[in-house]
Design a protein around this ligand. Sequence first.
Ligand code: G
Ligand code: G
Ligand code: MN
Ligand code: NA
Length: 254
Amino acid sequence: VRMMHALRTGFAKGELFVVYQPQMDLTARCPVGAEALLRWQTPDGTYISPDRFIPIAEYSGLIIDIGEWVLRSACHELVRLRDAGHRQFTMSVNVSQVQFRHPYFLDMLRSALEETGAPPEFIELEITESMAMEEPDLLIKMLAQVKHTGVSIAIDDFGTGFSSLSYLQRLQVDRLKIDRAFVTEITHSARGSSIAEMVIQLGRNLGLSVIAEGVEDERQAAILQSLGCPLAQGFLFARPMATAALYEWLNDES
Ligand code: G
Ligand code: G
Ligand code: MN
Ligand code: NA
């Protein structure tokens, strides 16, 4: 309850901010987009992890306002990046299931796109695989409507749930994100790469884009590339950055 209060006032006072982590084309080694990630620094300087405060934001309903603000911030940033010449850049935004199941989610999405002028085809929403497991019929309907706005969908933490192939085929998703845990395992044993391999294959068979997350070293990147993984994200390439740092990094990259 104390953290809920701190989060409510912290959000109102501007203690929350968004950082952006680049996503790379593995073969060309060039940035193709970024994931927006929420951060909270309290006045005494402490960082609180989203793993801790997102559940509180969901439980309290604060996630509705916070999530809208993150989406709008990411849309604004995308427009600025495009104005700066990064015209093929995509922006990924995490969406909590509480947000996604809110009756006004689609209205909120449409007005965020409209009012910021962000082109929907360069915006991607990330939903988790565990979230995709609940109320499949509602989810299938929602995804079809999101698709209608032009925004694409990625399944985050893919491989941690138990989505069946037939279910996945019914979902209108565009991208699978290989969970960090499976990227870490890649170099640990001969069998370690089997899940990553399966997701890459699945993506190829279903015509979906695949991105590996949490890539921390060159060995992982090389194996992923040899397995045919097109995209990657992780500390090897760049950490999540505030916008000023992102612009500097992008300029150094090109
Ligand atoms: O960035 P970091 O690894 O600390 O994120 C921890 C978790 O918090 C991740 O699972 C990430 O998806 C989640 N997260 C980060 N930003 C957001 C956000 O804006 N909305 C939601 N719903 N989750 C987020
Ligand atoms: O669940 P989700 O994919 O949204 O979480 C992304 C989180 O993973 C972010 O909080 C980000 O800080 C973290 N992250 C991104 N790249 C790496 C990495 O290479 N290694 C580790 N350990 N964490 C990472
Ligand atoms: Mn994510
Ligand atoms: Na993830």
